[in-house]
Ligand binder design. Sequence first.
Ligand code: PFF
Length: 454
Amino acid sequence: MKKISREKFGSRFGVLMAMAGSAIGLGNMWRFPYLTAKNGGAAFIVIYLLLMLTISLPTMITEYLIGRRSRSNAYSAYGRLGFPKLKFIGLMAIFAVVFVLSFYIVVGGWATRYLVEACTLGFQSTATDYSGKFASFVSSTAYPLIYTFIFLSLTAVIISGGVKKGIEAFSKIMMTVLFIIIILVAIHAISLPGAMDGVKYLLVPDFSKVTGETWVTALGQSFFSLGLGCGTILVYGSYVKTEEDLSMSAIFTAFIDTGFAIVAGLAIIPAIFAIASMNGVEPNVDAGPGLVFITLPSIFASMPFGSVIAILFFLSLGLAAITSSISLLESFVAYVMEVWNISRKKAVLFASIICLCLGAFCSLSQGVLSDVRILGMNVFDFFDKASSNFFMTVSCLLMLIFAGWFMKKEDFMDELTGRGLSKTPGWLQKLIYLLVKFIAPIGVLTIIICNFFF
Ligand code: PFF
């Protein structure tokens, strides 16, 4: 294979923070806490970890490995590994990334808007109808678009700086700030009177709430949370030095991602219980996605130091969202840049314009374009479902089949061990290969079937 020189991450810490930044995102703060609360607390976490170790983590290692071996974007990777006919697998990842980006930047825009509000007017009135306020904001035409534009522009500016000076430098700073903030917010939430009931609700297992659907939900969430099947891990992997221990950094990313999601749950659920017991009402943790934008603002309004906590919370939501959208946009940019052979700046501009146009449809589908339906869904939901239930999962399945059945085992092992430079223990190498070849594809196929038929 021809050797190509490519921009690389400068340090191990930089690699880990960029990977963690990609994984930790809206999914951790917006979905994981309510899914855990709804699906039996620690029972859900146990299932989530089990599926992560046996299915999601091997898939992540595979994507990372293909990226590092091919030193290329998701589309060109298969050609560079000697299988040009399989480029369509990479193309599915590019579709996945464009679809995810289109709705992700809209929610990133909402987070930006709430951060601005927390910093200016704040959420001070307990009498405000936060549900109506959220609905009227997202269904309006101009404001969500303006905030989507701001959020995407910030992402684009960072990526324009390149791998080391843009992605790596910003990920290191933003992730450090994010970890500190979320821990502070969680400590504050747990220390509120009445919060312990929320901690128990989140962390005491209730296996009676576990159903077949819980397993599918847990696996789907871990795929989205680790950002699999969008070419993001693949592209980041292509910037990682050969001597870096690939399996260790994937394991680190998966654990920090789950740890963060649990801490985010501790920052949210106990606060909801505490304020509910203060007001003598039942805690409402079943608000689904509205939890962050509807329930929390009203919680901040009645919480001690609520205005400061609101700023910190929405700042952490914004930081989590932007580090993920950086990896998403980078996957698309790497494709545009390398396949069309144009400069990074031009590729960023082109990719951003495409995403902004599609994002505008997603945003407007909450309001003026709500009547436009694709397969019975509005555009936002269609992009969400098409990416999570189809493009991401199918591209992962095909990628696993490629790695386990088409790629030579020696090549797989050679890359896994950094061409002999990293010290991955022999038993771990064998276990990973076994999971990639048999267990993970069966697991992914199961979610695809369940998503389609149930
Ligand atoms: N993992 C991110 C989150 O949990 O919000 C979202 C994401 C990032 C999805 C990167 C896909 C991806 F390639």
